[in-house]
Ligand binder design. Structure first.
Ligand code: EPU
Length: 335
């Protein structure tokens, strides 16, 4: 059913806990209804499409129109001896979906346990953690094209997935995601490529999918702040890719600096290392700061505005650039 409300505070709809107001807030659990609503809008591109609000920073105090799809349902749509296809509504909580899959021994998303947000948001920034990205299991993404209200389904290739990037991120607001279909496996092979995960599981002689999920949850709970206690949107910046010349400069400063090869001549550099070495770990400026354990996460100590958070982030960007000649790129969606 469609529910249209006016003057809705967005404070509880974003994990940063930033105060903003939606002039009109539209919620529906029905894709057809949402398509009809979108078709009725004079300027559908002006709508802000809200998922779980875990990767957004509201900088302007007001959003004219917010659309919040709450479409539910998880179902197996096909299966073979080894594989299973599962379709989930955009409004399902991402971690509820992961838990559902792990409970049924469907493998492929267990390393992505405990990530906040919704199923509908997962393809937008191609969520990734502990050696897995969601692009490895997304089969199709069902959407409503906001300009026309038409249903458009994207296959994996058409999603143009990249590190924390996709077609949907590049064309923000143009497609409202209503459901995602995943291809998971009935054969579980633990992915322990990520060093920290391997250490966490070193006491297990036989690793089950549930062990994997619990290991990821333990690491995340130790490292990342809980947004219910301290407003945040996870990693604020992406880990930058740098060339070999720059990686040598970093190596000279610290031979232990975390650098991982991504392709010939290019390295993934830890943004947390750069922020720490530019002197920002645990720093607080008014209501905003970097998290004490994880400087990649910017936190709202209470009462921060989006503008304060953005100004603080800009100071970090400038400072890292000045010190290392590397410009950090925000991962969070600034609205
Ligand atoms: N890395 C590897 N192999 C390893 C260890 C690390 O390739 O064995 C890479 C990571 O993939 C990352 C970099 O080295 O690119 C730094 O790794 P670190 O463990 O320090 O993680 P991070 O930078 O703090 C990133 C993600 C997190 C994710 C963790 C675990 C970004 C911006 N952040 O954090 O995602 O949970 O790795 O995989 O890529 C988020 O996006 O909000 C988020 C919390």
């Amino acid at each position: 059913m469609i529910n249209i409300r006016q003057e809705v505070p967005l404070f509880s709809y974003n994990t940063f806990g930033i105060p903003a107001t939606a002039s009109v807030f539209v919620e529906s659990d029905d894709a057809t209804e949402l398509a009809d609503f979108v078709r009725s809008l004079p300027d559908p591109s002006s709508a802000f499409l809200l998922g779980g609000g875990s990767n957004v920073l509201f900088v302007s105090n007001r959003c004219e129109l917010v659309i919040h799809p709450v479409i539910k349902g998880i179902e197996v749509t096909a299966e073979t001896g080894d594989d299973v296809w599962i379709r989930a509504g955009a409004g399902e909580g991402w971690d509820d979906f992961v838990s559902w899959c792990v409970a049924r021994n469907y493998a492929g998303v267990e390393n992505l346990s405990h990530i906040p947000g919704t199923v509908g948001a997962c393809p937008i920034q191609n969520i990734g953690a502990y050696g897995t990205e969601v692009k490895e299991t997304v089969e199709t993404v069902e959407t409503i094209e906001t300009a026309t209200g038409k249903t458009v389904t994207f296959n994996n290739q058409q999603c143009q997935f990249d590190y924390r990037d996709s077609f949907f991120k590049k064309h923000r607001g143009k497609y409202l995601i209503t459901a995602v279909q995943f291809k998971l496996s009935k054969r579980f092979e633990p992915n322990v490529k990520y060093a920290g995960l391997k250490t966490e599981l070193s006491r297990n002689t036989h690793v089950t999918m549930e062990n994997m999920r619990q290991a990821v949850i333990s690491i995340r709970s130790r490292k990342l702040p809980d947004s219910a206690e301290l407003g945040n949107a996870g990693s604020f910046f992406k880990n930058p890719t740098i060339n070999t010349a720059k990686s040598r400069e970093i190596n000279e400063l610290d031979p232990q600096a975390p650098l991982y090869p991504v392709s010939h001549g290019y390295w993934k550099m830890s943004a947390a290392w750069l922020i720490r070495h530019a002197g920002w770990k645990g720093m607080q400026d008014g209501n905003v700061g970097t998290h004490k354990r994880q400087p990649l996460v910017i936190v709202n100590y209470g009462g921060a505005t989006g503008k304060e958070v953005l100004d603080f982030a800009q100071k970090i960007i400038d400072s890292v650039d000045q010190k290392f000649g590397i410009r950090l790129d925000p991962e969070v969606n600034v609205v």
